[in-house]
Ligand binder design. Sequence first.
Ligand SMILES: [Zn+2]
Length: 96
Amino acid sequence: MEKKEQVVCKDRRCPVHGGLKTHGRLFEGIVASSKAKKTASVVIAFNRKVPKYERLEKRRSKLHVHVPDCRTVKEGDRVQIMETRKLSKTKSFVLI
Ligand SMILES: [Zn+2]
């Protein structure tokens, strides 16, 4: 008989199992740090147009992302994050 391990997700701030609604922008980034509980810091890279030179400039930005109970991430993981309501002082993104 095969026993399947079930992850029970009681995190209310989970887009799949909880009532957290996502809206707005979707980003793809690399996990830079996952030391904090339920929080990861994710680096996203994007191009920004510089009007003066009409060129694209490479930019990167670090975001704090909420990691629900049912997910685990480690440094270097490629993840998709979605904008959501403000979860704490610096967190307004959630891992999807
Ligand atoms: Zn969940």
